[in-house]
Design a protein around this ligand. Sequence first.
Ligand code: ADP
Ligand code: MG
Length: 344
Amino acid sequence: MAILILDEQVISQIAAGEVVERPASVVKELVENALDAGATFVQIEVGAGGQRFIRVSDDGIGIPADEVKIAVMRHATSKLRTADDLSRIETLGFRGEALSSIAAVSRLLITTRHRDETMGMRIRLEGGQVLEASAVGAPAGTVVTVENLFFNMPARKKFLKSENTEKRLINQIVMNYAMAYPHVRFVLVHDGREIFRSPGSGQLADVVVKVFGLSQFKQMVEVDGEEIIRGRGGRIVVRGFVSEPDLNRKDRSRVILFVNGRAVQDNSLAYAVTQAYHTLLPKGRYPHAVLVISVPPDFVDVNVHPTKAEIRFEDANIAFSAVQRAVREVILGYARPAMTPRRE
Ligand code: ADP
Ligand code: MG
């Protein structure tokens, strides 16, 4: 075949496949947009594990009516202006790829009203093409509905995992964000049934109780560490809850870490948590932990991966030891049985 530049439609579909791997990734992107919009309430409704529909409603700032059509275009974002801004990202999104990617591979409906405008806007797309856009009355905030996901990507559709796998992933994503944003009220509904709700009290403890259950929560202790990054300035703050050594499991799935409001998969940090227990954990066992870590925005590079699950620290050792020290401080109390703090 001769070398030709792909047409826009194909380019969008290929790019979309990278961001929107599966229904759960749609949930992630839409929830992130709601949080970036300053929502205090985020409702996630899912039908058939996302294969029927996904709807995320928020009470955030909304999209100005004349910008809605732009929001669904590739590389359209209100969160980034210059390459320089990349070094100090404080929003969850910044690549301007989510809405356009989702639009390219689904039937998408957005109803939104910006807080400062009197009329809202409703836009309907299919396979990235705008079919309808009209002014409507709507409450301030945004409702995004995704149907027919991957209707034009049969290969992707075929490889979708079971409904239950997808539901589990979606639950995890929503619960993670509920823990990272305890002041936001989250409601998660599967097939018309509410399965999770966070109170939005601003207290991480209240959400951890909801996610882990009261009996496990009672076996967790609070972490509250903070240190200055030496020779550089700025602070690393490590807050959250970790389990007493007795509460452990055979895999690391309950070591949940957030860095600057983002759930991250970071082997080094997870290892720092486990290391903090030293010999207190039986071999091959892992603690439960929910740690909310904040670092200066320019201490971390979030632009490593399209889904941003991986991050890179300016100095990984500093992050490692800050986490280890914060956890060890509370775990030390368990080192000698005589000193084990007992709680009712
Ligand atoms: P990004 O989040 O990286 O900017 P998206 O494609 O996810 O890219 O969204 C594009 C733009 O649409 C955002 O920058 C934002 O201005 C707007 N937007 C998307 N979702 C919402 C929402 N729920 N509330 C308000 N604005 C939104
Ligand atoms: Mg986004």
